[in-house]
Ligand binder design. Structure first.
Ligand code: HEC
Length: 152
């Protein structure tokens, strides 16, 4: 299909749509926003309903967290600030990392839609007991379920 411009030139509508889309894309992407989450490239596998298939903490850490927090959990600075989870006293309260994984925190996306209660508990227990963290109290999936529930 063609439309006639004011100069009498016929332009295919498809190319106009393409132009508009490009202009929009440029506008959206040039904003100086913190990086949005893109699916982990290190082999994180998404099961049909957007759920990660990994079930143990180490595998979940590798699939999701290490892309930002680094394999050694020492974090990174560059285009953004990715805090170290290694030897991090803020992990003393189990609720803090649990809520962070569920809801996200500023530049970090939340994973409540893509991780089950068990998976959240596993990955939180993993970081709280590795990388120089020695917190021995474990998060149970019931704890995650309680934190996931909206406040009354
Ligand atoms: C897309 C990058 C990204 C991914 C993936 C990610 N995080 Fe984060 N995380 C961040 C950023 C950025 C922050 C800092 C947020 C802020 O501004 O306070 C953060 C903060 C945290 C904190 C709080 C640290 C502190 O000192 O306050 C914890 C705990 C945490 N992440 C755990 C995890 C776990 C566990 C995973 C995997 C399930 C994970 N993160 C996946 C980017 C990410």
């Amino acid at each position: 299909m063609y439309i006639r411009t004011h100069r009498g030139v016929s332009v295919p509508i498809a190319s106009l749509i393409l132009l508009a889309t490009c202009a929009l894309a440029t506008m959206c992407c040039s904003a100086d926003e913190p990086a949005v989450f893109s699916p982990p490239s290190q082999g994180g596998a998404l099961a049909p309903r957007g759920h990660f298939v990994e079930s143990n903490g180490a595998a979940l850490y590798r699939a999701i967290c290490q892309g930002c927090h680094m394999p050694d959990a020492r974090g990174a600075r560059g285009a953004g600030m990715y805090p170290a989870l290694a030897a991090n006293p803020k992990l003393a309260s189990a609720a803090y990392p649990t809520l962070t994984v569920l809801q996200g925190r500023r530049g970090m996306p939340g994973f409540s839609d893509s991780l089950s209660d068990d998976q959240v508990a596993e990955v939180v227990n993993y970081v709280r007991s590795h990388f120089g963290n020695n917190f021995t109290d474990r998060v149970a999936s019931g704890d995650v379920a309680r934190l996931r529930a909206p406040l009354p």
